[in-house]
Design a protein around this ligand. Structure first.
Ligand SMILES: C[S@@+](CC[C@H](N)C(=O)[O-])C[C@H]1O[C@@H](n2cnc3c(N)ncnc32)[C@H](O)[C@@H]1O
Length: 97
């Protein structure tokens, strides 16, 4: 299992073990979250009702959140629709002009 995004210094390999030894709590705070390996393992563990990720570089936690909430799929579908519309317009112009 790969946890979080590929990231320098990622806890991916030990994330599951870390989650096993952490005591139960309502909220997991993943400070210095980096690629969010601990956040990811915490979400999958079902031990926490809320998981909070913090990093000075907000783009990485944001990318992780987008990936797990389906934003990437929505973005991918949007790009496909735009490509299809572009092809349809090009085809229409070719046929009419
Ligand atoms: C070794 S990485 C953490 C890797 C992460 N535990 C994982 O498994 O992917 C250290 C992180 O700390 C962040 N960081 C450094 N200084 C910080 C600060 N003052 N506040 C919040 N995050 C900080 C860096 O941006 C970097 O992503």
């Amino acid at each position: 299992m790969n946890y979080g995004l590929p990231y320098k210094g990622s806890k991916n390999r030990i994330a599951k073990r870390i989650l096993e030894v952490l005591p139960p709590a309502p909220v997991l705070y993943d400070v210095f979250a980096g690629g969010c390996a601990i956040t990811h393992a915490g979400l999958l563990s079902g031990k926490y009702s809320r998981v909070v990720a913090n990093d000075i570089n907000g783009m990485i936690p944001h990318a992780f959140e987008t990936a797990i909430t389906g934003g990437v799929t929505a973005l991918f579908i949007g790009v496909l629709v735009m490509l299809a519309m572009g092809l349809a317009i090009a085809f229409f112009r070719e046929m009419v002009l």
